[in-house]
Design a protein around this ligand. Structure first.
Ligand code: HAM
Length: 419
């Protein structure tokens, strides 16, 4: 019979990989919870309109990459391609703004984009992100950038490059768009086919085109920084002053734009130089998106956030992501009574939070030790009838082969001390 395989660009995560996932996910939760972020979980399916309105109709994500379908009740749905629009939909739907002045949410969740699969680019991938809703101050921008960078550097990630830019508020953005279109109209025939179309629907995206001719044109395009309003400039300067004060590394990237339309003011990306991903590529992206709450039907509310791809992070972390494997105890029961007692011992150890395996089938001590070795056990506890009469067991250290008799009362603490 034909063996069924997972969908192209969508992968199982098994064996040693899953330990690495737990490692980065646990570190992420602990890190952002220290800054006051709480987890939010939203559905994988959303009305398609959420992303059309939220991310923007003329973005690659909405135009080409979303998985959409009509369900049996004729509702037009989409698998979420990112987490921000869903978080804000939830914020507006539950009128969170009426209950609290500021909201800090984080998520770790699968996302779906029908891109061409490549190393570090999948059709189902996972993002960990954070959204800070209700704070307009530049300190929020600086703190969230610093929070993201500290997480990555605490994991031991090397070669981190942080790029920041500002798109300005609505007014500055409109001025920039106008100047850009004027500049590009004179060079329209030299643009690639996609960009000729973008020029009329989403000209800022042209600055992000990877076609060599378009890169060349973008190089001399007007800079948004020179067209900023006084307020936008002051905001950006304040963000940079804080980052400088904390020694958070960053570079100014005046031509950086982002692939989603909702951004205003500060935007940022983290790139990592790594052979694992081929070229320099972005593992994290984010920015301010002060108009999205209102666009989704809420009161105007300032917002900023970011997300990174877990697969990409693990690729660039490589062996650095190897978590310390926890102690594993194998309990071997000798004889009929020992076999039963082995389960008592295992239940006792698990109660102390120690990972414990037991042999379900009876066998000689020799065969059980072999089994323990295959499991990769750190210790074997031998529950024999003789020690039972003294309320003790034998503890064998699998790395040295050394054996000692230990009283049951102190067994867990003795094993725990070796962790
Ligand atoms: P984004 O830049 O589209 O931003 O995605 C963020 C990260 O998700 C990327 O830097 C990358 O690591 C990962 N990623 C994106 N597409 C793929 C893919 N096909 N395969 C593997 N990884 C991928 C956002 O999604 C925004 N929602 C970020 C944000 C949050 N802005 C404000 N708040």
């Amino acid at each position: 019979m034909k063996i069924l395989r997972s969908v192209k660009g969508m992968h199982d995560i098994v064996d040693e990989e899953i330990a690495k996932w737990h490692y980065v996910e646990t570190a992420y939760r602990q890190h952002v919870e220290r800054y006051g972020y709480r987890e939010i979980r939203t559905p994988v399916l959303e009305p398609i309109e959420l992303f059309v309105r939220g991310i923007g109709e003329a973005t690659d994500i909405v135009e080409k990459e979303m998985y959409t379908f009509m369900d049996k009740g004729d509702d037009h749905l989409a698998l979420r391609p990112e987490g921000t629009a869903s978080a804000i939909r939830s914020y507006v739907q539950h009128a969170i703004g009426a209950k609290e002045a500021q909201t800090k949410w984080y998520y770790i969740a699968p996302m779906f984009r029908r891109e061409r699969p490549a190393k570090g680019r999948y059709r189902q991938f996972h993002q960990a992100g954070a959204e800070l809703i209700g704070v307009s101050e530049p300190s929020a921008d600086a703190e969230i950038i610093d929070m993201a960078v500290r997480y990555l550097s605490d994991l031991g990630l090397k070669g981190i490059g942080v790029q920041i830019n500002t798109l300005g508020g609505s007014e500055s953005r409109a001025r920039f768009r106008e100047a850009l279109v004027e500049f590009l109209l004179n060079r329209e025939t030299d643009l690639c086919g996609d960009c000729r179309r973008r020029l009329h629907v989403n000209p800022l995206r042209i600055l992000d085109c990877k076609v060599p001719g378009c890169i060349e044109i973008s190089r001399t395009a007007p800079s948004g920084l020179s067209l900023l309003s006084q307020e936008d400039r002051e905001h950006f300067d304040a963000v940079r002053r804080l980052l400088d004060r904390w020694g958070t590394p960053y570079e100014l990237a005046p031509s950086m734009v982002r692939g989603l339309d909702y951004y205003t003011r500060t935007i940022f990306e983290v790139q990592v130089e790594s052979d694992a991903l081929g070229t320099k590529s972005a593992i994290l992206g984010g920015g301010r998106y002060d108009n999205l709450v209102a666009e989704l039907g809420g009161k105007p509310t300032p917002t900023i956030g970011y997300a990174f791809g877990i697969e990409r992070l693990l690729l660039v972390l490589g062996e650095t992501a190897r978590p310390k494997s926890p102690v594993l105890v194998f309990v071997a029961g000798v004889g009929e009574e020992g076999g039963v007692r082995a389960f008592d011992v295992a239940r006792n150890l698990r109660g102390f939070g120690i990972r414990t395996e037991v042999a379900y089938t009876e066998g000689s001590l020799r065969s059980q030790l072999k089994k323990a070795d295959r499991f990769g056990a750190t210790f074997v506890v031998i529950a024999g009838a003789e020690e039972a009469s003294r309320g003790s067991v034998t503890l064998r250290d699998m790395s040295t082969g050394e054996q000692v008799e230990v009283e049951m009362d102190v067994l867990a603490s003795r094993i725990g001390a070796s962790r």
